[in-house]
Design a protein around this ligand. Structure first.
Ligand SMILES: Cc1cc2nc3c(=O)[nH]c(=O)nc-3n(C[C@H](O)[C@H](O)[C@H](O)COP(=O)(O)OP(=O)(O)OC[C@H]3O[C@@H](n4cnc5c(N)ncnc54)[C@H](O)[C@@H]3O)c2cc1C
Length: 473
């Protein structure tokens, strides 16, 4: 389902200060930053709803940056992103589960790497990371296999709701004058007289500065402005979601000792009350549909049970996979090209959920340096997001609530209806699930799909998200 094809006559196409291509978490954070900076900003997303790419499926960990390459842009943005989320989440109604993490050593080789990781953490300014003996690890996490050899405690790592955060960023941008165009694939562009004319599947859009935040399509979109200096090499991560009864088996995020390529398989609670085992890290040419494979999932379950033996008795709720927009480079690929009116924000591989607010600040700084002064909005509007997390009160617990539609995730009819209306309604069923959790529980929609469809059907054809000062999007 996509927004109606609407192309304003060319003579009426307004010129935005900034057009952002890509409504993943990075595009949403950029949208918020630029709109609050007082710039006339348009966010263009090719899918019918936001978060259709890498941002659809991740581990939802708010990283401290303790293990990021020191001196990298990724490290700076992750630290800044963590600080920004911590500072602003309550004003947007967003949640943070301060779970802490334990990086557990399972072999002598792992144990030998711990002092180096601890030194990197301190070099990265994350001074509260400290060593734990095997006994201390076991005392904190009694369900871990008894042969754990020691570990590091990382107090600042937490878990968030991976969808409400970017939705909040985009909604705040909309409420402060930004414009959103969904279901519009950007297929090309030309720059004339200092203005970009972007060709989209919903007609032309114009802007003085274009930001490429197209994630898994980043190199293809980059070719609109120049031969791409990076190549997207998608890296798939598969996950197993254990039933909610398994959440009691780990209170901290259990991290493995990472290797050169990946942070490795993590066991961690989700904001929605499940326990996650994953992700894998697999090179793939696929950029759009992350498939799950039986063999990999069995391997993940075996790894999970190796770390927490009691997982063997726990049922699996779901399987999913995500694609990381990795490139041939380790670091983020961010660059402002002043004479082209173009900013590249690519290769935001595996920390973008955390880093997004930091990236947005960094890019805003580049914009100010290269393209002109900002006029921040004096008193921005702050939307409050509905709570979807398990640890805080939800509408089904309130007196006088409407009927429950999804009994696995306890989603009420009123929540579903609310997600289909307002300034940024769900654009498709995936977007509705990310806004409410409906159909995402143990039965995976077996019992509630029909009712959800009945409620959603009248709203889903032709959704337009339009608010603020712009009537074009
Ligand atoms: C398995 C896995 C685990 C992860 N775990 C974590 C974690 O625990 N913590 C953390 O901080 N990060 C994590 N990440 C990383 C994080 O999810 C990514 O860094 C982030 O989602 C990248 O976002 P993005 O906005 O750059 O890209 P995307 O989410 O891919 O967004 C790009 C958007 O651009 C749109 N688009 C593409 N081409 C066009 C076009 N031509 N026209 C219009 N729109 C277009 C796409 O539809 C998409 O919506 C993980 C990622 C994966 C895959």
């Amino acid at each position: 389902m996509s927004e109606p094809a609407y192309a304003p006559p060319v003579s009426e196409v307004p010129i935005h200060d900034v057009a952002i291509i890509g409504g993943g978490v990075v595009g949403c954070a950029l949208f918020r930053a630029f709109a609050l900076a007082g710039l006339d900003t348009l966010l263009i997303e090719r899918d019918a709803d936001l978060l259709a790419g890498a941002s659809k499926a991740n581990s939802a960990i708010l990283h401290t940056g303790f293990d990021a390459p020191p001196g990298s842009l990724e490290h700076r943005c992750v630290v800044a992103g963590h600080a920004a989320y911590t500072a602003l989440h309550e004003r947007l109604g967003l949640k943070l589960l301060p779970t802490t993490a334990i990086l557990a050593a399972w072999t002598e080789a792992d144990l030998e790497k711990l002092p180096g990781i601890l030194a990197t953490a301190h070099q990265n300014g994350v001074h509260d990371v400290r060593a734990l003996t095997a006994d201390e690890v076991r005392a904190r996490e009694p369900h871990l296999a008894p042969d754990v050899k020691g570990g590091l405690l990382v107090p600042g790592e937490g878990v968030i709701d991976p969808w409400s955060a970017p939705h909040a960023y985009a909604l705040q941008a909309l409420l402060n004058g930004g414009a959103l165009l969904r279901g519009a694939n950007v297929t090309g562009g030309e720059r004339e007289g200092g203005v970009w004319r972007l060709a989209t599947s919903k007609g032309e859009r114009r802007a003085r500065v274009v930001i490429n935040a197209a994630g898994l399509q980043g190199d293809i979109v980059e070719a609109i402005a120049r031969p791409s200096p990076f190549e997207i090499r998608p890296r798939k991560g598969q996950f197993v979601v254990m039933d909610k009864t398994a959440a009691r088996l780990a209170s901290a995020i259990i991290l493995p000792v990472p290797n050169e390529r990946t942070k490795g398989v993590v066991i961690c609670r989700t904001a929605f009350g499940n326990l996650l085992v994953g992700p894998t890290a697999e090179e793939t040419p696929e950029r759009v549909i992350p498939t799950v494979e039986q063999e990999m999932l069995e391997g993940l379950l075996a790894q999970g049970r190796r770390m927490i033996p009691a997982l063997a008795d726990e049922p699996v709720t779901a399987l999913y996979a995500g694609l990381r927009p990795a490139t041939q480079f380790k670091d983020y690929q961010v660059e402002a090209i002043a004479d082209q009116g173009w900013i590249t924000v690519g290769g935001i591989r595996s920390t973008g959920l955390t880093g997004s607010l930091g990236i947005a600040d960094h890019v805003l700084g580049l914009y100010e340096e290269r393209f002109g002064a900002l006029k921040p909005i004096a008193e921005p509007v702050w939307p409050m997001m509905p709570n979807l997390t398990e640890e805080f009160p939800r509408p089904w617990q309130e007196d006088g609530r409407s009927s429950i539609v999804c009994h696995c995730e306890m989603v009420t009819e009123a929540e579903i209806r609310a997600a289909l209306t307002g300034p940024m309604p769900a654009g498709n069923i995936g977007g509705l699930k990310r806004r409410t959790r409906c159909m995402m529980g143990r039965c995976q929609g077996f019992y509630c799909t029909r009712r959800v469809m009945e409620i959603a059907a009248p709203a889903l054809p032709g959704l337009v998200a339009k608010i603020g000062g712009h009537a074009d999007a």
